[in-house]
Design a protein around this ligand. Structure first.
Ligand code: TLP
Length: 351
């Protein structure tokens, strides 16, 4: 937690690198990665590919860049991409899917983030002079806007059946895929087995200051390397980014269980507060979303009052607040947060 004991629950992106990561950065062996000569980047990419059970990996600057590159590598301009209607790629990536990749996004609604194979099938229209060619299906795991929900390996397999039947590729925005694997206590490869390629983030919940990895076949990664360069993402001594990434993959994954326990504790505490509505079945990993309409306060008033009490959160829709647990958020911070929300609820109900 930063000084002044602010409890920052806006995102798991706010974490600072651990001492071990800073040491790793200080001692990283470096080279020019555009020439493929940074040994630390090469080590991280090899490790990431092995962990995910794929042939190769590529270090990129951010989750958004990873998603954009994968769109470009998996498709041709003018094609159609089926994605979940609340997905990060559709909501939060500045429309790069159309602006830069030149694709038509085709959003499909889901329950808790898991696309129904029948809905995906229905979205794949027959070949017709009027329609763009469908090329790719994208899933998100865990699903951010649905509250950190897990798309299970069985659900992924079912979608991959539809993709295979129609000759489409299947991509996974796995920004928080290790949260899913830890929560279900299964090897992450169970989630990656049925997708053609994926990305995961080092900078979310794993405490790295920057970086994401794209993972897939060697051919996909070589294509992606070229797009990364075109997008200005060819970095030089990127080993300073890769070094904490190696620490993350070796040491930061098992502790995610703690974040999940804290999120559950937070959710259960919030559920008892008058004026708050929360669907506990959505709280599956480290994200807690709840509805404050019963409090009768505007989002701004709620967030600013919370801030005065030393707690930061975000709204993700009108009356919908999001809190995310991460390294540095301890049980006592969770309890303080529950107490703060309770006191806001009491103050509002007294007035
Ligand atoms: N998510 C951020 C914000 O952009 C909303 C957050 O605080 O949760 N995919 C998923 C599922 C994500 O949650 C995010 C970031 C990204 C991609 C993009 O990653 P970055 O921020 O590294 O570009």
């Amino acid at each position: 937690m930063p000084a002044k004991e602010i409890i920052d629950l806006r995102s798991d992106t706010v974490t600072l690198p651990t001492e071990e990561m800073l040491d790793a950065i200080r001692h990283a062996e470096l080279g020019d990665d555009v020439f493929g000569e940074d040994p630390t980047v090469n080590r991280l990419e090899k490790l990431a590919a092995e962990r995910m059970g794929k042939e190769a990996a590529l270090l990129v600057t951010s989750g958004t860049q990873a998603n954009l590159i994968s769109l470009m590598s998996n498709t041709k301009r003018g094609e159609l991409v089926i994605l979940e209607a609340e997905s990060h790629m559709y909501w939060y990536e500045v429309g790069g899917i159309s602006m830069i990749a030149g694709l038509l996004p085709w959003p499909v609604k889901s329950r808790l983030g898991a696309l129904d194979p029948e809905d995906v099938e229905a979205a794949i229209r027959p070949q017709n002079i009027h329609f763009p060619k469908p090329a790719l299906i994208c899933i998100e795991n865990t699903h951010n806007r649905h509250g950190g929900t897990i798309i299970t390996p069985d659900q992924i397999r079912a979608i991959s059946g539809v993709a295979l039947a129609h000759g489409l590729k299947l991509y996974m925005d796995g920004a928080r895929i290790f949260n899913a694997a830890v929560a279900l206590k299964v090897d992450v490869k169970k989630f990656t087995k049925h997708v053609d390629n994926l990305m995961f983030c080092l900078s979310k919940s794993l405490c790295c200051p920057v970086g994401s990895l794209l993972v897939g076949t060697s051919e996909f990664i070589e294509k992606s390397r070229k797009f990364r360069k075109a997008l200005g993402g060819g970095m030089r001594q990127a080993g300073i980014i890769a070094a904490p990434g190696i620490v993350a993959l070796e040491r930061m994954i098992d502790r995610l269980e703690e974040d999940h326990r804290n999120a559950r504790h937070l959710a259960e505490g919030i559920a008892k507060i008058e004026g708050i509505q929360i669907d506990l079945s959505c709280v599956q990993t480290n994200i807690v979303c709840f509805d404050i309409s019963g409090l009768g306060a505007s989002d701004d008033l709620f967030l600013s009052t919370l801030k005065q009490k030393g707690i930061l959160a975000l709204t993700v829709a009108k009356n919908k607040v999001r809190m995310v647990t991460h390294k540095g958020v301890e049980k006592e911070h969770v309890e303080k947060s529950i107490a703060a929300i309770e006191s806001i609820s009491n103050e509002l109900h007294l007035n």
